[in-house]
Ligand binder design. Structure first.
Ligand SMILES: NC(=O)c1ccc[n+]([C@@H]2O[C@H](COP(=O)([O-])OP(=O)(O)OC[C@H]3O[C@@H](n4cnc5c(N)ncnc54)[C@H](OP(=O)(O)O)[C@@H]3O)[C@@H](O)[C@H]2O)c1
Length: 276
């Protein structure tokens, strides 16, 4: 892939984060083109990053080796149908980050078999710390998969799944996951204050503890279970707290919550496909 060739359709939050990540990785900004109907948004992107911009989606993709669909799911059919009319010089690899829009629908709207990768990012991708899961259609070549991975890596860690349906589990785990951790942090911070800490200490200790635990889990060869057991001395404070969480049913509760998110993802996907 030459550097000149990446188009972003829709210049909102997700496109901005990926552009920021690519440029931080040393990508030539003039090799990136963003299309969006909002001229003010485009001017801001051009001023901030030095990328090329256009209000015309067809112009953005015409010479691109790779085009990332970054519009809201509700705009999916309209944008794909618009792209189906483009007279390509070379048909680009398409990456869709649109939540819940199935590959079959995208292919139908595009009017043919297009090399396509679906990606499910999460919000920390905004600061290049996301978890981004990809799934490729069978027509996507190995080199196209690696192109897609190179672009999405700008948003954080990338992983692949073999089956498209697994993206619903991904949505429930890492897509909605930041909110689960934010909730836990919100509770810990509040309890810290109730136990007598000042608000700033409670906030910073909570955040640093979450960050430290995540880094230890990422950098260690031990499982979270082993790490937990190692910091739980018999008769100590951690054991007392964990006993209460376990006897209160935390495992069943979290399992029920994440399974419900997975079901909701399937439901939303069906609704989006049925209504577009
Ligand atoms: N943000 C996340 O953390 C996240 C996580 C997972 C997946 N996603 C997926 O990423 C996609 C983009 O999300 P986002 O948060 O970046 O949304 P966003 O900030 O609303 O960006 C979408 C952009 O597309 C523009 N747009 C509307 N119609 C268009 C058209 N016909 N052609 C080109 N551009 C058009 C919008 O302009 P207007 O604002 O003027 O309409 C907006 O600037 C969504 O499909 C979402 O499901 C996002």
């Amino acid at each position: 892939m030459t550097q000149e060739d990446i188009a972003f359709i829709g210049g909102g939050n997700m496109a901005t984060s990926l552009v920021a990540g690519l440029i931080a990785d040393g990508h030539d900004p003039q090799g990136l083109i963003v299309s969006d109907p909002d001229e003010t948004k485009l001017d801001a992107l051009a001023a901030r990053f030095g990328v090329r911009t256009t209000e015309d989606n067809a112009e953005a993709v015409r010479t691109a080796a790779l085009a990332v669909l970054c519009v809201k799911p509700q705009m999916a059919s309209r944008v794909c149908r618009e792209l189906s009319l483009v007279e390509w010089r070379h048909k680009p690899l398409l990456i869709s980050v649109m939540a819940g829009i199935r590959e079959q629908s995208i292919q139908e709207w595009l009017g043919g078999e297009t090399p396509l990768v679906r990606a499910m990012p999460n919000t920390p991708a905004m600061i290049q710390s996301g978890a981004i899961v990809l799934h490729a259609t069978p027509r996507t070549s190995t080199s196209q998969r690696s192109q897609a991975e190179t672009v999405l890596r700008a948003g954080g860690l990338t992983r692949w799944v073999d089956q498209e349906e697994q993206l619903d589990a991904v949505t429930a785990l890492s897509g909605s996951g930041p909110a689960y951790f934010f909730l836990l942090m919100e509770i810990l911070e509040q309890v810290g204050i109730e136990l007598g800490l000042d608000a700033e200490n409670a906030r910073l200790l909570t955040i640093q503890t979450a960050l430290g635990a995540a880094r230890m889990a990422m950098e260690s060869n031990d499982s979270p279970r082993e790490l937990r057991e190692r910091v739980t001395s018999p008769g100590g404070t951690t054991e007392r707290a964990l006993d209460i969480l376990e006897s209160g049913g935390i495992r069943a509760l979290v399992t029920r919550a994440v399974s419900a998110a997975c079901e909701r993802s399937e439901e939303l996907s069906r609704m989006l496909t049925g209504t577009l």
